[in-house]
Design a protein around this ligand. Sequence first.
Ligand code: UD1
Length: 339
Amino acid sequence: MRVLLTGGAGYIGSHTALTLLEAGHDVVVLDDFSNSRRESLRRVEQLTGRGVQVIVADLADRAAADAALQDADFDAVVHLAGLKAVGESVAQPARYYRTNLVSTLNLLDIMRDKGVDRLVFSSSATVYGDPQTPRIAEDHPVGLGLTNPYGWSKAMNEQIIRDVQRAWPQLQTVLLRYFNPVGAHPSGRIGEDPAGIPNNLMPFVAQVAVGRREKLAVFGDGYATPDGTGVRDYIHVMDLAEGHVAALERLSPGVEVYNLGSGAGASVLDVVRAFSAASGRDIPYELIAPREGDVATSVADPAKANRELGWRTTRSLDDACRDAWAWQSQNPRGFNTQT
Ligand code: UD1
């Protein structure tokens, strides 16, 4: 297949590009580089010895997206482009809805115009809200108790795709609900490179380990979990990337939904311990109040993806910490190697 990856220069995009190339597919990346670097794709090309076609455009700008994709040749799409900072989405809701929803609407129009009918969409476990169940399966209700526009934009995009598919029955779609992607390619050449202060746990911990930040703030230790801190299903980004390839290779007309997670939970303190062991560094932390909107536990039931996609996670949290440390220690300032 020749696969268009929207947002393909970002964290998940670059690992997915690499994995697609290694599986023998061709890759076209569409990215506006608003929160990603070209260098990530140069490194994907070095690691794979294959070329990546790069198209620079903002998918939310219809005229720009039309012009950019008019002559592009692809037969499937993995749609990753979007804004993803939860706190920022609360402060700038209109910007989040405009970007994340209009991009998808434009993409679906362009796919229809070009006769491209295969789509894998990057959704999130956040659509389950606060599920109160030890392991979440795909049939759990979606959109209940969501606390921020980022989460709503994922749930709304799922609905848009379902409605468009109903009116266009040949459309083949998979919605992938990611749990918590972490880690990096084992080479340490590509990885997560957040702008500013990281919102998410593992990149923050990695920056503490490398000495870029003084200590981690642990958001709450009074949850109903074994050690009181939040429990998540951390999935190695290479496992996640392989999930995209499996989904693409098994598309059929309709809408299928799959959780991409390991099925195992780890607490904030488990992550601190695992990263400390992987890096050989101390990770100082302090316990502070819970973060608004956080849930106690979010762990996948990945049985459907295991069964129907023939996919499962093969990498552990320790592997993810080792690989994230390789990336962080070799690239203490991310892709911005000049400073
Ligand atoms: C968050 C988003 C989710 C989004 C995902 C990926 C919220 C409520 N959810 O998931 O919608 O899809 O990121 O971008 O923001 N923690 C700390 N200290 C920190 C950072 C995190 O203790 O500095 C804790 C959190 O309370 C949580 C765990 O670490 O228990 C994981 O947090 P994080 O990496 O931000 O992911 P989520 O909150 O699960």
